[in-house]
Design a binder for this molecule. Structure first.
Ligand code: BTN
Length: 264
């Protein structure tokens, strides 16, 4: 079990995880976090962790498989004073914290596929869903950073259609992984990144994202709703957008979508 006491014992932060709310079950921890955030005078840094989700959401309207007791499902609430446009750098900051913690704590070669999929040995082991809503006052913005990581899930818990593309840390490592230790490592990394961003330091973060990513320089196709483009992934900017060089020589800037890495 992931208890509140166990989680609190493995890390120490000033902002992220100031208060940890543990739920045995949530529809979606992002929804629980928004609800809690709207009813607290100072929701900055609250973390909502659930043992399972009944309506876990992924990016682009997908669902997120959330069985009980094996994985990590949590949401970090932030109330940044910067604009939504400036906050978009968090799209890059969050997967950096996750991939770094997986590498350091579990020795697995975690990588980032644009924008924020966590890939281990070519398969997806985690994802990030960032949503924003108005807070208690009109000037306050609540940013919910929802993180799902397949930690100790076995292959039979995955629906057959995503099984070839998905994995868990246990499946890659061949042994169980401590969920509370990993959660602590990710929260510490997020705090470090958030403090850097509050101080205006984006360059280090982009460099770390570039070091850990497996998208830039590759031939990719990017699907966004009804449109697919392909070309060479050329770089990311401070808003977390991807530049794709098309065969025509033009460069297209993509804000959201799903990347498939094509054979070179
Ligand atoms: C993706 O890769 O599509 C993003 C997946 C994000 C899943 C997490 S689990 C915790 C939080 N609550 C949700 O409903 N979704 C996010």
């Amino acid at each position: 079990m992931l208890t509140k006491e166990e989680i609190a014992s493995v890390f120490k932060c000033d902002i992220v995880g100031r208060d940890i709310i543990y739920l045995e079950s949530a529809a979606s921890t992002n929804d629980s976090a928004f609800e809690i955030g709207r009813n607290r005078p100072d929701p900055e840094g609250i973390v909502v962790v659930a043992e399972m989700q009944t309506k876990g959401r992924g990016r682009l309207g997908r669902s997120w498989i959330s069985p009980a007791g094996v994985n990590l499902y949590f949401t970090v609430l932030l109330t940044p004073s910067f604009t939504p446009e400036q906050a978009s750098i968090l799209t890059l900051a969050v997967p950096v914290a996750i991939a770094s913690a997986i590498r350091t704590l579990n020795g697995l070669p975690a990588q980032i596929k644009w924008p924020n999929d966590i890939i281990v040995n070519g398969k997806k082991a985690g994802g990030v869903l960032i949503e924003m809503k108005a807070g208690k006052t009109t000037s306050q913005r609540l940013l919910a950073i929802g993180i799902g990581i397949n930690v100790n899930m076995s292959p039979d818990a995955l629906p057959s259609e995503i099984r070839p593309l998905s994995t868990s840390l246990k499946m890659e490592k061949g042994e169980s992984v401590s969920r509370s230790e990993l959660l602590g490592g990710i929260l510490s990394g997020l705090e470090h990144a958030y403090k850097n961003l509050l101080n205006g330091n984006k360059r280090d973060l982009i460099n770390e994202w570039l070091r850990l990513n497996c998208t830039i320089g590759r031939r990719v196709s990017v699907r966004n709703q009804d449109r697919t483009i392909s070309g060479i992934a050329d770089g990311v900017n401070e808003r977390g957008e991807l530049a794709v060089r098309l065969s025509s020589g033009e460069t297209e800037i993509v804000r959201a979508g799903d990347v498939t890495i094509l054979k070179d």
